[in-house]
Every structure is written in structure tokens, then in C-alpha cells.
Ligand binder design. Structure first.
Ligand code: ADP
Ligand code: MG
Length: 347
């Protein structure tokens, strides 16, 4: 029961976000056919807006169908500065990955920004619609879930393996992974009634992470950076991934464990309702393989020799740094409690 209520809250929050913002959705629905006509050098009367959703990151996403069967395009219009920066960054990343000769198998699942520009002073981006439906709706049946996770892991590991470099971890490599999130957590700790205790914990975590990481040789690679089922499109059966969206958090020379842990942690979150922080604490206590229901040898390949505790802490810290200042999270006491505080008081 508790899990069901917890699960319902983010879903309801997203639903609400989708149904609010009528003016933004209406405006996007109106301009979208014109933008597709421009991008494809066709007449606007051939195109019709089918749906417009407003995402939790303040982007209006319009699906536009053409008069010929199977013709479908996406128009994205961001409504905050943060969302504009995210879409511009995504367009840059996608150009880089598409042009990368090491990644032929990734290209079919990558969106491509066919046109971008400004309409009535507002940034927009046009993408060809990828095949498939949202993978987050395919997790409830165990066999489908297993097929989807296997396909998603295969695709993302191909990205990791084809772009990987053997990297010896120096203090300067590790600093952005450890010091940047810890600094943000220090700011959080300063607002907490138990600030001294939390600051001690943060100091201890820094020492522990530097000791575990500096001097170690691991593989680093491009990562997607927000690799969860909500950013995957798939067809069922057989649960094959047909698209990967939302590339604005992608970057080079990172630890592949972030994508693999995030895929499995968020799958547990979506199927069982636990908050991410709760799942991290469970994995710290009971092991990655038991918490995420994967074979031990598979979990070991994700971590590439890094012991589970520092690996989980790095994953958690990166996630917190990325999302603590994004709209809808930092100002949500429930998110802070379940994701930030829950881990800090248990490590
Ligand atoms: N190129 C695309 N083809 C098909 N569907 C897409 C495409 N881009 C986005 N979508 C759909 O729109 C949703 C929101 O897009 P996304 O880029 O993930 O925005 P946000 O950053 O707000 O999460 C996705 O989960 C996906 O279902
Ligand atoms: Mg997304």
C-alpha cells in the first residue's frame, strides 16, 4: 500500500505538469505544423499536430503526423532558460555522436535535430520521431522487463565499449566527481538541523572516495548520463530498444557504471515505488546484485573493479548534483528527504 502511494505521487505530479501549461501547449500545437513544413520543404497543410505534452523539464513536445502513413515528426519547445540550454546542448552532443565513426550501431536509435531556430522569439528544435513507445510502460511484466533491460544494457554498453579509454585516476580526474557534488551537499548540510553531523559525514566520504579511487586504473567512456526507462523507446514484443532520447546530460570520459546503475535503480523505482535514495541505501547494505536483481558477475562488470560502496556513492552524488537544482526537485521536501537526507544519514 505504502509503495503504491509513493509510486502514485511522481506519476500524479507528472500528469499534473502535463495538463497544466495549456497556453504553452496550445501555442506549440499551432506553430508545430509550420515548423515541420519549413524543415521538410513541404506545405503546412500536409501536417497536423497529434499531441502535445509538457514535460517535467518544461519542454512542450509536439507529435506531428503527415498525410502519408508513418510520417511523424517531433517539435520541442523549451519554456525556461534551463530547458533551452538543455536542448541546445543535446543538439551538440547528437551531432558529435552521429559523426563518430566508432558508433554505427548507435545511429539508428539516436534522435537527430533536423532543424532548430527561433519562432516568435522562442527556441525550437525539430526531430524525426523515433519508432516505438515509452519503455517505462513496459516494465510491469517480468519477462518484458527482462528483455527490455537486456536490450537497453546491450545498446548502452556498445556506446561505452566503443568509446572507452583506459584511464589512471589522478586527483584532478576525480575532483569533479567528488568535490563538486560534496560542495553542493555542504550547502545543503548548512541548512539542516544536524549540520555538524552531516558535515562530518561529508568530510569522511571525501577521504573514503579519494582513497578508493585515486591511483586506480579504470575504463572511462562516453555516457548517456540519464539512462532510465523514461528516456527509452521500445517495441514489444520483444522489448527491443528503438530509441534513446534526452542526451543533454551525456559526456565523455565518465564511468560507465552511472548508466548501468541508473537504468536498474530507476527500473526498481518505477516497478516498486522506492525513492532512489532508499534503493542506494539498500544496495549499500545488501549488495548491488540483490537490490537490483542482477547476477553478481554482471554487476561486477558494471563496476570495473571499483568496490561497490564507492561506486554507489559516486553514482548517488552525481545524480544529486544533476537534479538538486532542477525545477521541481530542490523545492520538493519529499525529493530532498528521500534522495539526499536518506543517504546522508545512513553512510
Ligand atoms: N525523437 C523522438 N521520437 C519519439 N519520441 C520522442 C522523441 N523525443 C522525445 N520523445 C518523447 O517525448 C518524451 C520527452 O522527451 P525528452 O527529450 O525526454 O524530454 P525531457 O528532457 O523533458 O524528459 C520522451 O520520453 C519520449 O517519449
Ligand atoms: Mg526525458
Amino acid at each position: 500500500m505504502r509503495a503504491a502511494v509513493q509510486w502514485a505521487q511522481p506519476v500524479l505530479r507528472n500528469r499534473l505538469a502535463c495538463w497544466q501549461h495549456r497556453p504553452e501547449r496550445g501555442w506549440t500545437a499551432t506553430v508545430a505544423p509550420r515548423l515541420i513544413a519549413q524543415a521538410t520543404a513541404t506545405h503546412a497543410s500536409r501536417w497536423r499536430t497529434e499531441t502535445v505534452t509538457f514535460t517535467s523539464t518544461a519542454v512542450a513536445v509536439a507529435t506531428v503526423g503527415g498525410s502519408r502513413p508513418g510520417e511523424r515528426w517531433i517539435v520541442k519547445v523549451p519554456w525556461t532558460d534551463q530547458a533551452v540550454d538543455g536542448l541546445r546542448r543535446q543538439a551538440e552532443v547528437l551531432d558529435l555522436l552521429r559523426a563518430d565513426p566508432r558508433l554505427p550501431d548507435l545511429r539508428p536509435v539516436l534522435p537527430s535535430c533536423a532543424a532548430q531556430g527561433e519562432v516568435e522569439g522562442r527556441y525550437y528544435c525539430v526531430e524525426r520521431a523515433l519508432r516505438g513507445g515509452p519503455a517505462s510502460g513496459m516494465l510491469l511484466r517480468r519477462t518484458r522487463r527482462a528483455a527490455l533491460l537486456a536490450s537497453a544494457s546491450r545498446v548502452v554498453r556498445d556506446l561505452h565499449e566503443r568509446t572507452r579509454e583506459l584511464t589512471r585516476l589522478h586527483p584532478s580526474t576525480v575532483a569533479p566527481w567528488v568535490d563538486a557534488p560534496l560542495q553542493r551537499l555542504e550547502e545543503y548540510a548548512a541548512t539542516h538541523p544536524e549540520r555538524d553531523r552531516l558535515r562530518d559525514t561529508l568530510r569522511r566520504l571525501r577521504e573514503e572516495l579519494l582513497a578508493a579511487l585515486v591511483g586506480r586504473t579504470v575504463h572511462t567512456s562516453w555516457i548517456h548520463g540519464d539512462f532510465w526507462p523514461g528516456n527509452l523507446l521500445a517495441v514489444t514484443p520483444p522489448g527491443q530498444v528503438t530509441g534513446i532520447v534526452d542526451w543533454d546530460r551525456a559526456s565523455a570520459r565518465q564511468l560507465p557504471l552511472h548508466d548501468l546503475l541508473h537504468l536498474h535503480v530507476l527500473t526498481r523505482r518505477l516497478t516498486r515505488g522506492d525513492e532512489l535514495g532508499e534503493i542506494v541505501v539498500h544496495a549499500l547494505r545488501h549488495g548491488v546484485e540483490r537490490t537490483l536483481d542482477v547476477p553478481a558477475d554482471e554487476a561486477a562488470t558494471w563496476l570495473d573493479g571499483i568496490p561497490p560502496r564507492p561506486a554507489l556513492l559516486l553514482y548517488w552524488m552525481r545524480h544529486i548534483l544533476l537534479f538538486i537544482d532542477s525545477e521541481g526537485d530542490h523545492d520538493d521536501p519529499r525529493w530532498i528527504r528521500g534522495n539526499v537526507e536518506r543517504v546522508l544519514v545512513n553512510v
